[in-house]
Design a protein around this ligand. Sequence first.
Ligand SMILES: Cc1cc2nc3c(=O)[nH]c(=O)nc-3n(C[C@H](O)[C@H](O)[C@H](O)COP(=O)(O)O)c2cc1C
Length: 184
Amino acid sequence: MAKKIAVFVGSLRKEAYSRKMAKALIALAPASLSLEIIEIGDMPFFNQDLEDSGNSPKSWTLFREQVKKCDAFLFVTPEYNRGMPAALKNAIDVGSRPHGQSVWEGKRAGVVSVSPGNLGGFGANHNFRQTMVFLNVPVMQQPEAYIGGAKNLFDANGALVNESTSEFLKKFMAAFAVWVGDRA
Ligand SMILES: Cc1cc2nc3c(=O)[nH]c(=O)nc-3n(C[C@H](O)[C@H](O)[C@H](O)COP(=O)(O)O)c2cc1C
């Protein structure tokens, strides 16, 4: 059966390169993977008091339920000040609680960082990986994906225009499918 993959986009911007990249990755994925973006933009910051009061925001509960239904995760993130954006970290934190009930536990992931700059979001990519170590989410090691020069990658409709990048991303998604256990 097709693996169900939750895709998370680290930017909340409408025209985000990372969202365009996420859509491109979904389009390039092997047909046997079923990928869907789970939105992270409407969740309040994690606050232990809300959790302890038994009145957690509905958006946290809904998010956790959506993530639990998935077999593995694909994160596509920009870099903010050499780390992952707060919205993405918040979503990861929300999913990690209540203590002992993390929705991430033991499932596999991949990460693609995207930037208009030359370093391709290296800092965000590894900041993300550090958090995943603690959450017991093995992140695919190779190929690594630090995608720079994002301004020149997409046309007005958000389609990839660079052939070598498309080839690389296709290989990335094929490796990701193997990583999450789809060997068909
Ligand atoms: C708060 C903030 C911090 C940023 N820090 C970095 C950074 O550390 N490295 C980088 O390559 N780009 C940085 N940028 C520029 C982003 O890469 C750029 O705005 C990019 O378009 C954001 O990704 P998005 O298109 O997916 O929204 C930063 C942008 C913002 C708003």
